[in-house]
Write a protein that binds this ligand. Structure first.
Ligand SMILES: *[C@@H]1O[C@H](CO)[C@@H](O)[C@H](O)[C@H]1NC(C)=O
Ligand SMILES: *[C@@H]1O[C@H](CO)[C@@H](O)[C@H](O)[C@H]1NC(C)=O
Ligand SMILES: *[C@@H]1O[C@H](CO)[C@@H](O)[C@H](O)[C@H]1NC(C)=O
Length: 248
């Protein structure tokens, strides 16, 4: 690794690594991914330094700052990639508040006494009953194309949509999650998979939401109004596509 560094670095730098900034990755087996990451860091370093060099003075501490800003930051990437897991990890910067309507343009409403979501046609004055869902997106080491794992929470509550079996049929539930951090990492195959759905886009702002736990079971609404939002299989005579729009 050090060989790569010296041949890429302009001579005038000859950096002395400060204490604590050991090039740890030299001891690891070098995967293609790590090499690529380091080269990106160096390219950024070079790009940044050529500006600074043109300035008046370029001292050791400037270089040190550059190293810290560029290389140390990149090192985080190495640690992640060196421990491959099968977990679903929530990307915290990707929680969106969404408006959700079914293909009959009905909104979702929380019916408090039965603790269920129903599909309703809301008229003017009733608009405040409309439920917005907070959608957080998850990453998985081997992602499925065109479908992102998401968790769905009713905005302003700690109620999460979950899919688990009820009398051996996958059903939709609302579950209270007191500690949101419990959902930051979901182990593949664990019981917590009930909180994950695969959002697959079928058009602009139109998606289906399939249970990640029960393959082929979708969040769906019935033809008649004021009925419970439930899980169903693709062949059922129910509405499985939703218009999902991010709110700004
Ligand atoms: C939902 O999203 C909004 C905006 O993105 C955020 O302010 C809020 O804390 C989130 N959580 C809940 C439980 O509403
Ligand atoms: C959530 O985490 C807390 C500790 O942070 C733990 O006591 C609790 O059992 C967890 N709940 C679930 C459902 O895993
Ligand atoms: C899709 O949703 C965005 C807001 O998230 C909206 O600005 C845009 O107009 C929508 N597009 C269509 C075709 O509905």
């Amino acid at each position: 690794m050090e060989a790569v560094m010296t041949c890429n670095m302009p001579k005038r730098w000859n950096p002395k690594m400060p204490k604590g900034l050991d090039l740890e990755f030299t001891h690891h087996p070098i995967s293609m991914r790590r090499v690529v990451n380091i080269i990106i860091a160096l390219e950024r370093l070079k790009a940044r330094s050529s500006e600074s060099v043109l300035g008046t003075e370029f001292r050791d501490e400037n270089l040190l700052n550059l190293i810290f800003e560029n290389i140390v930051e990149e090192q985080i990437v190495f640690e992640c990639s060196s421990a491959p897991t099968d977990d679903y990890t929530r990307s915290d910067d990707m929680e969106h508040q969404c408006s959700v309507t079914d293909s009959k343009k009905r909104s979702l409403v929380l019916v408090q006494n039965s603790m269920e979501l129903q599909a309703m046609m809301l008229q003017g004055g009733n608009d405040n009953r409309k439920v917005y869902l907070n959608m957080s997106t998850y990453m998985h080491p081997s992602p499925i194309t065109e479908a992102r794992p998401v968790a769905l929470c009713i905005k302003g509550t700690n109620l999460y949509l979950s899919c688990h079996e009820d009398k051996s049929v996958p059903t939709l539930h609302l579950e209270t999650v007191e500690d949101k951090s419990n959902l930051s990492i979901i182990t593949s195959g664990s019981d917590m998979m009930r909180f994950l759905f695969y959002k697959r886009d079928t058009g602009v702002n139109i998606s289906t939401l399939m249970s990640a736990r029960f393959n082929g079971w979708y969040i769906s609404t019935e033809d008649s109004d004021n009925k419970k939002v439930e899980m169903c299989q693709e062949t059922a005579q129910r509405y499985t596509t939703f218009t999902i729009q991010h709110q700004s």
